[in-house]
Design a binder for this molecule. Structure first.
Ligand code: RIB
Ligand code: CA
Length: 321
């Protein structure tokens, strides 16, 4: 496991918990190379109050210390809320009947908490949004000075190839395209952990079963959540996709992710391509550029390949610690 002999990386997760956001939180609090300093919540997979409740419950089940959790935006900048309860269950956590949390969220909003924790960190923070980017856009526009203490942003969102919310748009970007466009103006290094790699990391059925039978509550929860994420729908012996948790694995162990620095922009036009991340993979300028039509585009480290087995192993070794 990496990160054991160096100081842990300070990280903050912005999430819409969400079954796989929960898997990401369970990993983050147990990996010795990560120092989870705060969690901010946003509407996405489910409504923001349910996201807050789910997040607090997951941290409690994991036996995590009292990491501050704050409620953020209850809807995207322009769009209405469009949940994904058909994927995450009525409670956003696979309807596992989890208990209500014993503690309350922070008495400040997510943007205020993000600013406070980013600037208070003794080392620059890695920000990991695994949700629509509404909170992050509001943060960047309200408190742009935070970027001086952000090492990089690794966001789960977008797709080079195929979308899921639409044929071309991934859910997190589709849910709030304007916010994703603001993210790309942050002026700090950005890694896009998109659907192209997101869907590849899967935990084998036997491992999911073992986790789900664990006597330790956090490990058992990871198994039950993974069983809810069976990509092949074999109910008797479910395997489970890591989803958002893969993005956090890539922060703990960057060597498992292959990225290329490429121009990216978000399609904001109404119509069938709204919310698409347009990734320019052309090896040379085209006619548009030759005729002076080039637009300024942000260079992003786009994830193009992943060592899925490495991350599945890392996930298991970490949550079973
Ligand atoms: O597009 C994939 C969706 O599932 C996103 O919401 C992602 O964050 C995960 O929860
Ligand atoms: Ca998510």
């Amino acid at each position: 496991m990496t990160g054991q002999h160096t100081a842990p990386i300070p990280v903050i997760i912005d999430c819409d918990t969400g079954v796989d956001d929960a898997l990401a939180l369970l990993f983050a609090v147990r990996h010795p190379g990560l120092d989870l300093r705060a969690v901010s919540c946003v509407a996405g997979n489910t409504h923001v109050d349910q996201v807050v409740r789910n997040t607090l419950t997951v941290l409690e089940q994991a036996g995590a210390p009292a990491i501050p959790v704050a409620r953020g935006a209850e809807r995207p900048l322009l769009e209405p809320v469009r949940t994904a309860l058909h994927v995450h269950g009525r409670d956003g956590m696979g309807d596992l009947g989890l208990p209500a949390p014993g503690r309350q969220p922070a008495d400040v909003d997510a943007v205020t908490l993000l600013r406070r924790e980013i600037l208070a960190s003794p080392r620059p923070v890695t920000l990991i949004p695994t949700a629509p980017l509404t909170n992050i856009a509001l943060l960047l526009r309200t408190h742009p000075e935070v970027t001086r203490n952000i090492e990089r942003i690794v966001f789960m969102g977008g797709a080079v190839a195929t979308g899921n919310a639409t044929a071309v748009a991934e859910f997190n970007v589709w849910h709030d395209p304007e916010a994703a466009a603001v993210l790309l103006t942050a002026g700090v290094p950005i890694t896009m952990y998109g659907l192209d790699v997101f869907q590849q990391v899967v935990v084998e059925a036997a491992d999911v079963r073992r986790l789900g039978e664990s006597a330790e509550p956090g490990t058992r929860l990871a198994g039950r959540l993974l069983a809810h994420r069976d990509p092949v729908t074999s109910e008797e012996d479910p395997c489970g996709g890591l989803g958002d948790a893969g993005a956090v694995c890539s922060v703990a162990d960057p060597a498992g992710l292959t990225t290329q620095r490429l121009p990216v922009e978000v399609n904001l036009a109404p119509g069938p391509a709204r919310g698409q991340t347009i990734v320019d993979r052309r090896p040379r300028p085209g006619e548009a550029e030759l005729h002076g039509e080039a637009r300024e585009q942000t260079l992003v480290d786009v994830a193009l390949d992943i060592d899925a087995e490495r991350y599945a192993k890392l996930y298991l070794a970490t949550v079973e610690r």
